[in-house]
Design a protein around this ligand. Sequence first.
Ligand code: IPD
Ligand code: CA
Length: 275
Amino acid sequence: MELSQTALITELGRCAVELATGAAEFVGTRTGGEQHISSKTTATDLVTDTDRATEEWIMGYLARRRPDDAILGEEGEGREGNSGVRWVIDPIDGTVNFVLGIPMYAVSIAAEIGGRSVAAAVVNPVSGELFRATLGAGAYATGGAFGGERRLTGPRDVPLERAVLGTGFGYDRDRRARQAALTARLLPQIADIRRLGSAALDICAVAAGRLDGYFEVGLNPWDHAAAVLIAREAGALAVGPKGREPDAALTVVGGTQLMARLPGLLDELGIDAVL
Ligand code: IPD
Ligand code: CA
């Protein structure tokens, strides 16, 4: 990799941390107040004024700091660019938790070059935990239970039978029924399941060794773009359908022993038919 590319990635990493930290502070100033809540793709897919205002805050920051970059945002505040860099942002991942006051939601920010994440930051505004990574330079966490800066080393390397896996369910009721049926078939073959309510924090939990693995069908790019880089830089493996890159059809993350069996098992259990 050329030095200029390395320097660019370092700069994008700095920018991702500033953005995620600043946006998390912004979310914090609006927590506890009355939220205006509406729905998006289905009646249970919620969006609040804070999701939208936070995305606008992020857009404003990028307009000043990186005016030539493209942006893809969950709340539709996208823009084209001409620099070859694209920001993929989720102002609040875990909006339902935010609405309910469950302290498991996060600002998720990724910078991509050529469609590949090269810098990422995920911040939980309540715990103050920051997860960050840049391509080839490792993953780190600070704040909350981490205290000072800690290098992340990925999940325990346990076999399928001992693995505690995170997962999630989408907002379409027919798909949720298929997701639940597949999870019921998987559960006897693993140690246990957790459904925390934020894909970005689930995948960062794998990076930090708090979960052994994670899988979900139907994620959007802003749910996983940052956290998958963080998990990989921590040493975890991440794949999508048939060993391809994680995508809207499937995201599977975990340690070596788990990943030798989980993607194949999900195929056998009919993951193809869940989307
Ligand atoms: C959702 C969360 C949830 C996952 C859903 C996502 P949102 O994102 O990450 O954990 O199961 O698939 O859509 O709607 O809170 O930004
Ligand atoms: Ca999300």
